[in-house]
Design a protein around this ligand. Structure first.
Ligand code: NAG
Ligand code: NAG
Ligand code: NAG
Ligand code: NAG
Ligand code: NAG
Ligand code: CU
Length: 554
């Protein structure tokens, strides 16, 4: 009895239980000040309040589904060590929560930094189901007096499904006409965000989260020096930057020291843009300015947008490659490599008239059985990537194996590739081989990008931008067992197939990973099997999987 009390007190002192209850349902909202539309909110509201936690806390997130299709929640950047089944990727690690049902995620927050929670079923994040998750340190390596959070979103007139219908209708022109979303900061029109109040001489941590469905952001604080100290929950050595770029899914923290005087107020600048949308004044890029207020009576300095954001080159391939210069604060050495996998990302026109996205010439299709349940139930066959389905784009790796991906992008768009369950080291950026470009129907560039190597202590993060006609080399050690999605965080690309499954140590999944019975129940309620290969059959018998159209041209 005494011992038990003692344990309870000890854990109580160091870790907290955070209980959240989310009723996910439709809401009518005017978020940008221009249009009221149907969106997906929580407890009848949008935005969803950001979640703040402390290192070591456990988040119990009960999700009730009031939508008319299944839903799930993914904690983006949370490693889920040993708890792959709580990762929230629908049809990879669970069946979606059926309409009318509830499920409680138990998420152990043994990390610190800036993360986000978002829907991972039916692209619900694009319609509002997203909010930051901030995990404060017990002891931060950097001192600051206070912090601000800027949650960046893109917001459209139409729902994601309506926009996708235009993209995938073979009778409509491809690509569809450009859409010009507005930017939201902390849930409202980014020009009307609450001022950041600065006290003279204080140091602030500003957390930036790009929660956009498809777009990119630039950020600058003219008149103040920004020191990057975090990328995707990983601390870096301080890195001075005047203007920065943030891809979909990425997060940064910057430290900013306030001036010692309070006679001037300043602005911070945010630009939302997409390289593939024509530049049109006032539409793309969208420009926003927020206030850094020192005093009500101070003179407002209007920032010179061109001088600030103009420092970022218009050429996207020069604008997005600064993160390889970061060094991890932990100073972990570069990992060795046991196996290196080429990952060629791209797009192609298919025989049914639809243009899809690819990894290695294969467009991802969700299996009929969640991949984790296949790994768990299919015995020794789990080592064969084919059992996850020919379009799960699976690779199977061993426990503790240090693996490398060389992600080639022979396309004209940048992609933001996100790995579930891991942070990876960024090792090298460089030009793709001409042969890779030609095999995907692209012309090799006249001036190939130079090779850029990482610093001595490579930075780690969970989402990396792969520039057009370039490759990115990443490495991680496969210490986290389960089935982990690797995909582009531009949601339209993910939906169109730019995804693959990294299966880590299925033998250990079978031995060690318990799957809560309530998760299987959610499948059975929807008529989804929980055993067998991607088609729910034994071994390699994949009969029953839908037939995929074939590639007509790249
Ligand atoms: C689901 O709800 C949305 C939003 O109210 C609506 O647009 C859609 O038609 C509904 N779908 C079905 C199948 O009822
Ligand atoms: C928490 O993370 C640290 C590494 O950051 C690890 O050493 C430790 O084992 C983890 N604790 C648990 C309970 O998983
Ligand atoms: C935001 O305000 C700036 C001026 O500070 C203006 O140039 C810009 O057009 C505004 N953006 C939008 C989308 O209204
Ligand atoms: C992609 O294809 C290349 C070349 O066939 C192969 O080496 C690589 O392992 C494949 N990658 C994946 C992720 O399957
Ligand atoms: C994709 O298909 C093209 C055309 O058949 C081929 O040249 C190329 O090697 C394939 N790429 C991969 C990664 O398999
Ligand atoms: Cu993409």
């Amino acid at each position: 009895m005494k011992l038990l009390t003692c344990i309870i007190i000890l854990t109580g002192a160091y870790a907290r239980r955070i209980d959240l209850s989310w009723d996910v349902g439709y809401v009518q909202v005017n978020r940008d000040g221009y249009k009221t539309r149907t969106a997906i909110g929580v407890n009848g509201k949008l935005p969803i309040p950001p979640v703040y936690a402390d290192e070591g806390d456990t988040l119990f997130l009960t999700v009730h589904n009031s939508l008319n299709h299944s839903t799930s929640i993914h904690a983006h950047g949370i490693l889920q060590t040993g708890s792959n089944f709580m990762d929230g990727a629908a049809m990879v690690t669970q069946c979606g929560i059926p309409p009318g049902d509830s499920f409680t995620y138990e998420i152990y927050l043994n990390q610190t930094g800036t993360y986000w929670l978002h829907g991972h079923d039916h692209d619900e994040l694009a319609d509002g189901l997203r909010t930051p998750l901030v995990i404060r340190d017990k002891q931060s390596p950097y001192a600051y007096d206070d912090e601000f959070l800027l949650a960046l979103e893109d917001w459209y007139d139409a729902s994601f499904q309506e926009r996708m219908d235009l993209t995938t209708d073979p009778t409509k022109p491809f690509p569809p006409p450009p859409s010009y979303p507005y930017a939201l900061i902390n849930g409202a029109n980014a020009n009307f965000t609450k001022p950041m109040i600065f006290a003279p001489g204080s140091t602030y941590r500003i957390r930036l989260v790009n929660m956009a469905a498809t777009e990119w952001f630039k950020f600058s604080m003219p008149g103040h020096e920004m020191l990057v100290i975090e990328a995707d929950g990983v601390y870096s050595d301080p890195f001075a930057i005047a203007a920065m770029t943030i891809g979909p899914g990425q997060r940064y923290s910057v430290l900013v020291k306030a001036h010692n005087t309070n006679n001037l107020n300043y602005q911070y600048l945010v630009e939302l843009y997409a390289s593939f949308i024509p530049h049109t004044d006032g539409m793309n890029p969208r420009y926003y300015a927020g206030t850094i207020r020192y005093s009500e009576n101070a003179v407002d300095v209007v920032a010179d947008k061109q001088a600030a954001l103009g420092q970022i080159p218009e050429d996207i391939s020069l604008a997005w490659d600064w993160d390889i210069q970061l060094q991890s604060h932990s100073h972990k050495p570069l990992l060795p490599v046991s196996r290196s996998f080429d990952v060629v990302i791209g797009g192609a026109h298919f025989s049914d008239g639809v243009t899809r996205d690819l990894i290695n010439n294969s467009s991802y299709v969700t299996p009929m059985i969640p991949s984790l349940y296949t790994a768990k139930s299919i015995g020794k066959w789990a080592q064969n990537p084919l059992v996850y389905g020919p379009n799960a784009n699976a690779i199977v790796v061993d426990y503790w194996e240090p693996i490398e991906f060389v992600i080639y992008n022979p396309s004209r768009l940048p992609h933001a590739m996100h790995q579930h369950g891991y942070t990876f080291q960024i090792v090298e950026y460089g030009p793709i081989d001409d042969s890779v470009a030609i095999s995907q129907g692209s012309n090799p560039p006249d001036t190939p990008a130079p090779i850029r190597n990482c610093a001595r202590w490579p930075m780690e993060r969970d989402t990396v931008v792969v520039l057009p006609m370039q490759y990115v080399k990443i490495r991680f050690r496969a210490i986290n067992i389960g089935t982990w999605l690797h995909h582009c965080h531009i949601l339209a690309h993910q939906r169109l197939g730019m995804a693959m499954t990294v299966v880590v140590a299925p033998d250990l999944v079978q031995k060690l990973m318990p799957i809560p019975e309530s998760m299987y129940t959610m499948c059975h309620k929807q008529g989804i099997k929980t055993q067998g290969n991607a088609a729910g059959n034994p071994g390699l018998d994949l009969t029953g999987l839908p037939e995929m159209p074939y590639i007509m041209s790249f």
